[in-house]
Design a protein around this ligand. Structure first.
Ligand code: PEP
Length: 253
């Protein structure tokens, strides 16, 4: 069966010292929490803070993810980080396709498919992000946009590779805006995605794939969103930078 997951995307926040402090606070908080066996907590600090975060969470149930990676094995790609490099420091999960990567850094569906293949080949788990723009929702195209992003980025994979995929539906209009999709809107989209997995792959793939919601999840709204049948947790931005808030969101799962 699928896991329940709360993952924190720290984006380009926290210097070395701040990251150390936040990891310490979270480690303490999570230690005191009775997490179910099927519940996972991940944090995704910036690249430079990954080795320290891996080291400091070794004896904790917190897992460490990267926020991005390059698709090539190695080579002349100044400033980039490969899947193998992440693996070599003990990182087992990578976020791909975040809307900030898609919009600000112009990552296309085709590029993301290459990154997905590189991560899978290196045995990394992927938190694959996708979601519609406000204009897509207003024009009623949100289902077709999401379907197209999933098809282009992931549907070339064999069923077996889905053991390494976590989906994160993040409507772009709800990221960092304070505006959240209603629990009903989230459930409607998650059910659509699960049906898509069932039709494209199998009921087993559909049932076993965790689908997270992301977009202004806070302690005040987490419980209601997570209570929906097809919402298996959240990808958290802003609220993941505050230990008390992140703890409350974990408690909500
Ligand atoms: C995100 O960046 O993935 C995100 C969901 O951000 P926020 O929670 O701040 O909206």
């Amino acid at each position: 069966m699928r896991n329940k997951i709360v993952a924190g995307n720290w984006k380009m926040n926290t210097n070395f010292k701040e990251s150390k402090t936040l990891v310490k606070q979270l480690r303490r908080a999570v230690k005191k929490m009775p997490l179910d066996d099927d519940t996972r907590v991940l944090i995704a600090p910036p690249f430079v803070n990954l080795p320290s975060a891996v080291k400091r969470t070794r004896k904790s149930s917190i897992e460490v993810a990267a926020q991005n990676m390059h698709q090539a094995i190695n080579g002349a790609f100044t400033g980039e980080v490969s899947a193998g490099m992440l693996k070599s420091i003990g990182v087992k999960t990578v976020i791909l396709g975040h809307s900030e990567r898609r919009t600000i850094f112009e990552e296309t569906d085709a590029l993301l498919a290459e990154k997905v293949d590189a991560a899978i080949a290196n045995g990394l788990e992927i938190i694959f992000c996708f979601g519609e723009l406000l204009e897509d929702r207003k024009s009623g195209n949100h289902f077709s946009v999401v379907e197209s992003q999933l098809k282009s980025g992931l549907f070339h994979l064999e069923s077996i590779a889905w053991n390494q995929i976590v989906l994160a539906y993040e409507p772009v209009w709800a990221i960092g805006t304070g505006e959240t999709a209603s629990p009903e809107q989230a459930q409607e989209m998650h059910a659509f995605i699960r049906k898509l997995l069932q039709d494209t792959y199998t009921t087993v793939v559909a049932d076993n794939t965790s689908i997270l919601y992301g977009g202004s999840v806070k302690p005040a709204n987490a419980k209601e969103i997570f209570s929906k049948k097809d919402v298996d947790g959240g990808l958290i931005g802003g609220a993941a930078l505050n230990a008390e808030d992140f703890k409350a969101i974990i408690a909500a799962i």
